[in-house]
Design a protein around this ligand. Structure first.
Ligand SMILES: *[C@@H]1O[C@H](CO)[C@@H](O)[C@H](O)[C@H]1NC(C)=O
Ligand SMILES: *[C@@H]1O[C@H](CO)[C@@H](O)[C@H](O)[C@H]1NC(C)=O
Ligand SMILES: *[C@@H]1O[C@H](CO)[C@@H](O)[C@H](O)[C@H]1NC(C)=O
Ligand SMILES: *[C@@H]1O[C@H](CO)[C@@H](O)[C@H](O)[C@H]1NC(C)=O
Ligand SMILES: *[C@@H]1O[C@H](CO)[C@@H](O)[C@H](O)[C@H]1NC(C)=O
Ligand SMILES: *[C@@H]1O[C@H](CO)[C@@H](O)[C@H](O)[C@H]1NC(C)=O
Ligand SMILES: *[C@@H]1O[C@H](CO)[C@@H](O)[C@H](O)[C@H]1NC(C)=O
Ligand SMILES: *[C@@H]1O[C@H](CO)[C@@H](O)[C@H](O)[C@H]1NC(C)=O
Ligand SMILES: *[C@@H]1O[C@H](CO)[C@@H](O)[C@H](O)[C@H]1NC(C)=O
Ligand SMILES: *[C@@H]1O[C@H](CO)[C@@H](O)[C@H](O)[C@H]1NC(C)=O
Length: 453
């Protein structure tokens, strides 16, 4: 019974892979982004024309990260587009183009900020002088997720465009908009003219409106990001001594083939010098040598059983020597989250993408306490305990029910152990069979999903 919702859950995101499993037909993953835990997640970019100038317009461009839990971390976003005509950017505030391009045609007093046909804009850094700032700018391209911090999930810059249309009939919208965050992963639709934005003055006594507004929507896809898994899950319980570790090679394999990742042994005498020397590829994670080779491991321990409650301990461990994860977040799906009673040292928010089903939680760290998950080493972990109230009609320690259905770290799906390895209740072997079948199916589907990435 209780696995029905879960199977439905897995059916939704991977209809194609399921088909493949059942019919062994050749179908390819669609590049269309669909995240079952954040079905409406997107980044919307809005251009508001605030005034027409002699040869173009002044616009405020605002980037809204409407994704519930996926954020953009350093070195931050970059936004590119292709001009429809011969537009130039006279000047910018709160952002800058990465290249000026060839402005040799301009002989007058003013040289444009950018003459490129396909400019790429990046955010300014914190501490930019006030006279170059606009509201919500200058965060070094870092954007929070909408659930964690909606105020810091917004970025904006001002751009003065020349050699462009000067009325809402003659202006041409930018084309081929690209958003990097900082790598690939986002696909942006075409710009669409929408109802002009209304601005309310701070004293709320007057409303002004943009002369013209257009929107662009960008969606994330793990397929496009071409990301190998970056996170795995291990499990344990008070009722069974077995600690089920992360699947071997979950994020890569040790070894010296071209596909295998690099790792360091924490006992190596050269540890400090290897870590401090970024070498040729400082962005690639440098992980501690483990069987799973993942930069992040999430451990779920079923710790205690009370009459009315049960308690879980969650530990997130960083195995990456080259990364402090700031503003990390975890998304966990478990049917008992509708009766979460107490939570220690993490923030909690419920995600209810399907209205009534309250089984998904977003957890993140407390500012200045544990919002920074430190690089691999003795300090590289954060932990919390969760207290759930038992609902007598559904609660059980049988059939792996007490373990999470799905975990994301910073928006990336974590690799779960195969269900037949879950810690069993003593003498529960025979009862496992039916649900194991269901779990096996979901595991296979996940495997196929990853084999595409
Ligand atoms: C983008 O997200 C916003 C906020 O959740 C939502 O209102 C809008 O419909 C979404 N757009 C698309 C195209 O999904
Ligand atoms: C352009 O401006 C005129 C008024 O000047 C307005 O009636 C019209 O709706 C505007 N069109 C667009 C696409 O904003
Ligand atoms: C759109 O941008 C991408 C990446 O910048 C580029 O490869 C592609 O050729 C562009 N397409 C057009 C029509 O400009
Ligand atoms: C355009 O974007 C703004 C800001 O995200 C949003 O409020 C508005 O609903 C969007 N309009 C459309 C038609 O998507
Ligand atoms: C490394 O490669 C060599 C030659 O290809 C092979 O003999 C050796 O077993 C490999 N070592 C590991 C740990 O895979
Ligand atoms: C770093 O790059 C240089 C040139 O691209 C190459 O010669 C050298 O072998 C590389 N070093 C390592 C450790 O990969
Ligand atoms: C992580 O933060 C610590 C303390 O702020 C710092 O010493 C260390 O260099 C940082 N590591 C990385 C990889 O940025
Ligand atoms: C989901 O359940 C938790 C725990 O009882 C509760 O705090 C939260 O408000 C619920 N969320 C919704 C949307 O019902
Ligand atoms: C668990 O939560 C659901 C939905 O919020 C509620 O209907 C139910 O009574 C709760 N069960 C217990 C034992 O508190
Ligand atoms: C503990 O769980 C494992 C499966 O992970 C199982 O093989 C083992 O028999 C269980 N131990 C007991 C005492 O039931």
């Amino acid at each position: 019974m209780m696995f029905l919702p879960m199977i439905r859950f897995f059916l939704k995101p991977y209809p194609c892979t399921l088909l493949l499993l059942l019919l062994t037909c050749t179908c390819y993953p669609s590049s269309e982004a669909y995240d079952p835990l954040d079905p409406y997640g997107n980044i919307t970019i809005k251009w508001d024309v605030k005034s027409w100038t002699g040869d173009g317009y002044l616009a405020i461009v605002t980037i809204y990260n409407f994704q519930q839990y996926r954020h953009i971390s350093a070195p931050g976003w970059s936004l590119g587009w292709t001009w429809a005509k011969k537009e130039v950017i006279w000047n910018m505030m709160g952002g800058q183009t990465t290249e000026q391009g060839d402005c040799s045609k301009f002989k007058g007093e003013q040289i444009p900020h950018c003459c490129k046909k396909d400019p790429i804009v990046v955010d300014l850094l914190p501490g930019t002088p006030y006279n170059q700032q606009v509201t919500s700018c200058c965060k070094g391209g870092v954007l929070s997720s909408w659930k964690q911090d909606p105020i810091n999930a917004v970025a904006s810059f001002q751009v003065v465009v020349g050699r462009a249309g000067t009325t809402n009939k003659t202006v041409k919208l930018p084309k081929n908009i690209t958003l990097k965050a900082p790598g690939p992963g986002y696909t942006c639709g075409p710009a669409k003219i929408v109802k002009p934005t209304r601005f309310i003055t701070p004293d709320k006594r007057r409303v002004t409106q943009a002369l013209m507004t257009w929107n662009v929507t960008c969606m994330y896809s793990q397929f496009l990001a071409q990301k190998a898994p970056t996170c795995c899950v291990s499990l344990s319980s008070f009722y069974n001594d077995t600690v089920v570790s992360c699947p071997t090679c979950a994020c890569g394999c040790q070894g010296n083939s071209s596909q295998s990742g690099n790792c360091v042994d924490p006992d190596s005498p050269h540890l400090a010098s290897i870590v401090s020397n970024p070498g040729n590829n400082s962005i690639k994670p440098l992980v501690r040598c483990t069987n799973h080779m993942c930069p992040i491991r999430v451990h779920w321990h079923v710790k205690l059983n009370y009459k009315e409650y049960w308690r879980v301990k969650v530990t997130i461990t960083n195995f990456n020597y080259r990364m402090n994860y700031s503003d990390w977040n975890l998304v966990v799906q478990h049917p008992n989250f509708d009766n979460l009673t107490q939570l220690f040292s993490f923030y909690y928010a419920s995600l209810t993408p399907y209205g009534a089903i309250n089984d998904t939680a977003m957890l993140w760290g407390i500012k200045f306490y544990n919002d920074l998950l430190m690089q691999a080493g003795p300090l590289g972990n954060v932990q919390s305990e969760l207290l759930f109230r038992k609902d007598k009609s559904t609660f059980t320690f049988h059939e792996g029910w007490a373990f999470p259905r799905r975990i994301y770290f910073n928006g990336d799906n974590c690799v779960m152990p195969p269900p037949d390895a879950y810690p069993w209740l003593p003498n529960a072997g025979s009862q496992q069979k039916v649900s194991l079948l269901a779990l096996m199916l979901t595991f296979l589907v996940t495997l196929v999903f990853y084999s595409y990435v």
